[in-house]
Design a protein around this ligand. Structure first.
Ligand code: NAD
Length: 363
């Protein structure tokens, strides 16, 4: 199979982890006889520095020409510390999602057994937790009207959802639940927010098309608590843009670290694959970032965009095998990890590549 993959490393550790994912995809291509053509383009702070635009036209053009997109992260301390700057790195990401019609962000949260003790949560609570988040990506406060009034002393961001926006992602979540444990938990704040009342109404209506799937509704505050208290009670979680943003960072603690959670952003056409973490300025340039979230996002690409299920399973198995052999990056190491097993970003990427070769030859 021949595929064109757009590579957008972006800023900070985005570049460091994406390089490891390219290594992994190259190894998969050679092990299974595929041809992946990689082409790189700029986004975020690096694109603003080079062109003044966080998503330059050349990048947009590449996105439209590619079969799938491998993305790192955007962000720079300059913007975090100066909220008055009008041109910002994250605008590149938000526009890319809009331009490509990527309305669903899919985030699997599954703890590898080898990491049971890396999480701050007790192993007996975590063992067996396997959650699939569907976070809506193109609505909510991120895209509603925003502004200032009363002489700049009051600010607002409109939380807005249309019926159609809720419907299409709800169908996706219900279909996914059918292939899993058959339960959807829809998370909203319908006791206070009108947009959440519409959300709940639409999800209930869509639910009637899937009588075999159990539907539960939770308010976001209760969901935040229950995720940590009893993560095994969740199967598919369906939620809006803002609540999903926050809950999936929380859920990263179920998987051990922000450095372990991958995501796929999909719509009706091509998909974008990225780790859920940001550009992590605190560790940029140190070579210690965990590349596994980005590497696991390549498994989602192979499966969802290319339909290469065996290859996707090989990447996940290779990550699992590397962890079972005791290798860790600093964020997932614990006090029992011997110093020689604590690896940097590139070393961890190379260990996964070596494991892929082993898994692929075993098959
Ligand atoms: P972050 O995800 O970058 O980092 C949060 C914490 O997790 C940091 O302590 C970081 O060191 C750690 N961490 C994150 N990824 C890691 C990895 N792979 N390995 C080891 N440790 C890891 O979030 P933040 O600090 O809130 O934001 C930093 C910048 O990233 C900001 O500019 C923000 O706007 C941007 N951001 C971008 C995205 C994106 O591009 N999708 C998402 C979130 C934040």
């Amino acid at each position: 199979m021949k595929k064109r993959i757009a590579v957008l490393p972006g800023d900070g550790i985005g570049r460091e982890v994406t390089a490891e994912s390219v290594k992994v995809l190259e190894c998969i291509a050679s092990a299974y006889g595929h041809e992946f053509v990689f082409e790189e383009a700029q986004i975020g702070h690096e694109a603003i520095e080079a062109t003044g635009n966080p998503l330059p036209d050349t990048t947009l053009d590449l996105l439209h020409r590619s079969d799938a997109i491998l993305f790192g992260a955007v962000g720079h301390p300059k913007y975090d510390n100066d909220p008055t700057l009008k041109v910002r790195p994250e605008q590149g990401l938000l526009r890319m999602r809009k331009e490509l019609g990527l309305y669903a962000n899919i985030r699997p949260v599954k703890l590898f057994d080898a990491l049971l003790h890396a999480s701050a949560i007790k192993p007996e609570i975590l063992k067996g937790a396997d959650i699939l988040f569907f976070r809506e990506l193109t609505g909510d406060v991120y895209f509603g009207e925003k502004g200032r009034k009363d002489n700049n002393s009051t600010a607002y961001d409109l939380m807005i959802y249309s019926q159609q926006e809720v419907e299409r992602i709800a169908h996706m979540a219900f279909r996914a639940a059918r292939t899993r444990k058959g339960k959807v938990t829809s998370v909203d704040k319908a006791n206070v927010l009108e947009s959440s009342r519409l959300w709940r109404e639409v999800v209930q209506r869509v639910g009637h098309d899937y009588p075999d799937v159990e539907l539960e509704h939770l308010f976001v505050d209760a969901a935040a608590m229950k995720l940590i208290q009893s993560p095994r009670n969740f199967d598919v979680v369906l939620t809006g843009n803002l609540f999903g943003d926050i809950l999936t960072d929380e859920a990263s603690q179920i998987a051990g670290s922000m450095g372990m959670l991958a995501s796929a952003s999909v719509g009706d056409r091509k998909g974008l694959y990225e780790p859920i973490h940001g550009s992590a300025h605190d560790i940029t340039g140190k070579g210690v970032a965990n590349p596994l979230a980005s590497i696991l996002s390549t498994a989602l690409m192979l499966d969802i965009s290319f339909g290469l299920k065996d290859e996707a399973d090989t990447v996940v198995r290779a990550v699992e095998m590397t962890l079972e052999e005791g290798y860790r990056t600093a964020d997932i190491a614990d006090r029992h990890t011997p110093a020689e097993k604590i690896l940097g970003t590139a070393q961890m990427g190379s260990k996964v590549v070596a494991s892929i070769t082993k898994v692929a030859t075993e098959v």
